[in-house]
Design a protein around this ligand. Structure first.
Ligand SMILES: [Zn+2]
Length: 298
């Protein structure tokens, strides 16, 4: 199976009442951790790079090659889509050329007419190559790669128009936020999601797959309630970062306390030094897959 467009498996998730995870990667080790988790859980997944992570990894082509080659060398059997997260127009066009199998064009900061027009262009280019497309209306709260929003509720009329562009899944704000959630956060606006879902069901029989961004830190029961109301893809980034940082900090502290012994064991070797953090990423991804209900759906 291996590398595929996300269109079919996101649709299957939507039809069967679960969600697939869109997991952001940053480097070789994170990609391995995400793939190991997906294979262990027999779950279809999207591995995604933000524009910033693409740059960090040495460009989209390098990121693409790392993922493709690992899928082969690790004998990954579950469906994996290589996805661009929050892409500008030029970046969306670039990943189509590079070979990504899925992408998000984020024109949410533009006037809606412009967003719709550019999304139509990307859909045409991407679908000609069998690449799935995600677009966004309104904006998601918090900050991701310099795109800042305030936790809005996506306008329902805009969402309906966006679905008509031919996209495969839609990111829409329902009070979710990128990054850690503030203590005074009021929770997901499930009432708004319900209205959105009902409006989209009038355009597309059976409803339309919605993407929940900022999935890290939303209580599990709210995520599961959102999945019942049409969410079929949940993005996870911050949660993996926090798991990595916590485990790495803990290991570094243990190292300080047992320096002579750890030196003797050569735990300064990066393959050993980074392992607790990377294992924590894998664990976090597996745990999310269980919450989303996509285990054993590959
Ligand atoms: Zn996002």
């Amino acid at each position: 199976m291996a590398i595929v467009s996300a269109e079919k498996f996101v649709k299957a998730a939507h039809e069967n009442g679960y969600a697939v995870g869109g997991f952001n990667t940053n480097n070789l080790e994170w990609t391995q951790a995400i793939l190991r988790a997906a294979e262990a859980k027999k779950a279809p997944i999207l591995i995604q790079t933000s524009m910033g992570a693409g740059k960090y990894m040495g460009g989209y082509k390098t990121a693409y090659n790392i993922i493709v080659n690992l899928v082969e060398s690790m004998n990954i059997t579950v469906p994996v889509a290589i996805h661009l997260d929050h892409g500008h127009f030029e970046d969306a066009k670039e990943v189509i050329e590079v070979g990504y199998t899925s992408l998000m064009f984020d024109g949410s900061h533009l006037p809606i007419e412009e967003n719709l027009k550019l999304t139509r262009e990307i859909v045409e280019l991407a679908h000609a190559k069998g690449i799935s497309v995600e677009a966004e209306v309104g904006s998601i709260g918090g900050e991701e790669d310099g795109i800042i929003g305030e936790g809005e509720l996506a306008p329902i009329d805009d969402a309906v128009e966006m679905v008509k562009t031919g996209i495969d899944f839609l990111a829409a704000g329902i009070g979710n936020i990128h990054g850690p959630y503030p203590a005074n956060w009021k929770g997901l606006h499930l009432d708004h999601l319900e209205k959105l879902n009902a409006a989209l069901s009038e355009v597309v029989p059976g409803g339309f797959p919605i993407v929940l961004h900022g999935g890290s830190g939303i209580p599990d029961d709210q995520i599961q309630a959102a999945i019942k109301l049409g969410v079929a893809k949940v993005n996870v980034n911050t949660e993996s970062q926090q798991a990595f940082a916590a485990a790495t900090r803990k290991f570094a502290q243990e190292y300080n306390e047992n320096e002579a012994e750890y030196d003797k064991k050569k735990l300064f070797d990066p393959r050993k030094f980074l392992k607790p953090g990377i294992d924590a990423v894998q664990e976090a991804v597996e745990e999310r897959i269980d919450v989303f209900g996509s285990a054993n759906k590959a």
